[in-house]
Design a protein around this ligand. Structure first.
Ligand code: ZN
Length: 139
């Protein structure tokens, strides 16, 4: 049996669902050290980028482009967006989408390591709602 936690829908206490895309699901990252931090999880269980279906390659990049544009619309104070795909902890292809702001905890450097910052469920819901409203604006 596949025990990969990214192969099944994520529940409470983990990353929280925002939107389904053709090739992946978008979640609000459980840690909000970088406000608005997202994670996009590929639908298929593959270990890293070398195993992505070539047919999905363009769609995944189009999704990531669109997501980063929405991040900047929801959080216009974003100075830079980091995108990282590491698979060091969970070996299922996914991308971290990290809004960076000048003066943030490690501005000018990589986003890691960082403290895990959990917001209240109410604060998480507010961010999710802002993202969903912005995505719905385009539908
Ligand atoms: Zn998986």
């Amino acid at each position: 049996m596949n025990s990969c936690r990214f192969c099944k829908p994520l529940g409470d206490g983990d990353h929280q669902f925002i939107k389904r895309f053709a090739c992946g699901n978008l979640y609000l990252n459980k840690s909000q050290h970088y406000y608005g931090y997202l994670i996009y999880i590929y639908h298929k269980h593959v270990k890293d980028f070398s195993e992505i279906d070539e047919a999905d390659l363009l769609q995944v990049h189009q999704d990531l482009l669109y997501i980063t544009q929405v991040v900047k619309r929801v959080f216009p104070e974003t100075d830079l967006i980091n995108i990282a795909s590491l698979q060091n902890v969970v070996r299922h292809l996914h991308w971290h989408i990290i809004p960076r702001r000048e003066g943030d905890a490690n501005w000018g450097g990589p986003p890691w390591p960082h403290d895990k910052i959990k917001l209240s469920q109410e604060e998480m819901n507010k961010i999710i709602q802002r993202y969903q409203e912005e995505f719905n604006r385009d539908n």
